[in-house]
Ligand binder design. Structure first.
Ligand code: ATP
Ligand code: PH2
Length: 181
């Protein structure tokens, strides 16, 4: 959250970044990730949500037998282009112990750090390496709840107000409730 003296220069976008961790010292890792985001060139962290304890979502649904996640959302003011920002997020993940070397690793398996770019202003991208907004954000309580904390009036392009998305998720029963400790 370093002071920024460039407010009047070129367009500065706001990135919504989801953070998650379910291995190791989760809170320490998430704090380090926030510091790394704030240290990115032409960027500064504008706000960080509280950390939400959530049940692990696997390809088979919620699994309370897996280590629980801490999830949160950070807002990053940035002039980086979306692909550079994505590369930086992947670098920060690796620097914080994220292991992408195991080809057998389970999709949606345990991880020390996950950083997802949820939205970058109103930008829409559908390329091989980057989709914006994040294609699964609208169905994830663990993304929407911390985001709602920071921007209760936010809208997710293509899906409408996040408040309505959250309400709908919570109305559809315990399967969708990843809000447990
Ligand atoms: N909006 C986005 N944010 C982050 N990664 C993205 C995005 N769109 C596409 N990707 C791509 O997804 C790839 C895989 O990301 P990752 O392994 O973290 O997926 P995941 O977190 O396991 O699953 P999910 O994408 O459902 O959260 C990244 O290397 C990146 O190229
Ligand atoms: N509760 C929870 N479950 C997950 C999460 C996450 O951040 N929180 N991330 C995943 C892969 O992106 C898979 N499952």
């Amino acid at each position: 959250m370093s002071p920024d003296n460039h407010e009047t220069h070129a367009h500065r976008a706001t990135a919504v970044i989801a953070l998650g961790s379910n291995l190791g010292d989760r809170e320490a890792t998430l704090q380090r990730a926030v510091a790394a985001l704030d240290a990115l060139p032409e960027s500064s962290v504008l706000a960080v949500s509280s950390w939400h304890g959530t049940v692990a979502l696997t390809l088979d649904g919620l699994d309370p037998a897996k280590p629980a996640y801490l999830n949160g959302v950070a807002l990053l003011g940035t002039r980086l282009d979306p692909y550079t920002l994505l590369d930086e997020l992947l670098r920060i993940e690796v620097e914080n112990g994220r292991d992408r070397t195991d080809p057998q690793a389970e999709r949606w398996g345990d991880r020390t750090l996950d950083l997802d770019l949820i939205a970058l202003d109103q930008l829409e991208i559908d390329s091989e390496v980057l989709q914006l907004p994040h294609p699964r954000a609208h169905e994830r309580d663990f993304v929407l709840a911390p985001w709602f904390e920071l921007q209760p009036d936010a809208e997710l392009i293509g899906h409408g107000p996040i408040a309505a998305l959250l309400e709908r998720l919570r109305a559809t029963g315990p399967e969708s409730d990843a809000g447990a400790p």
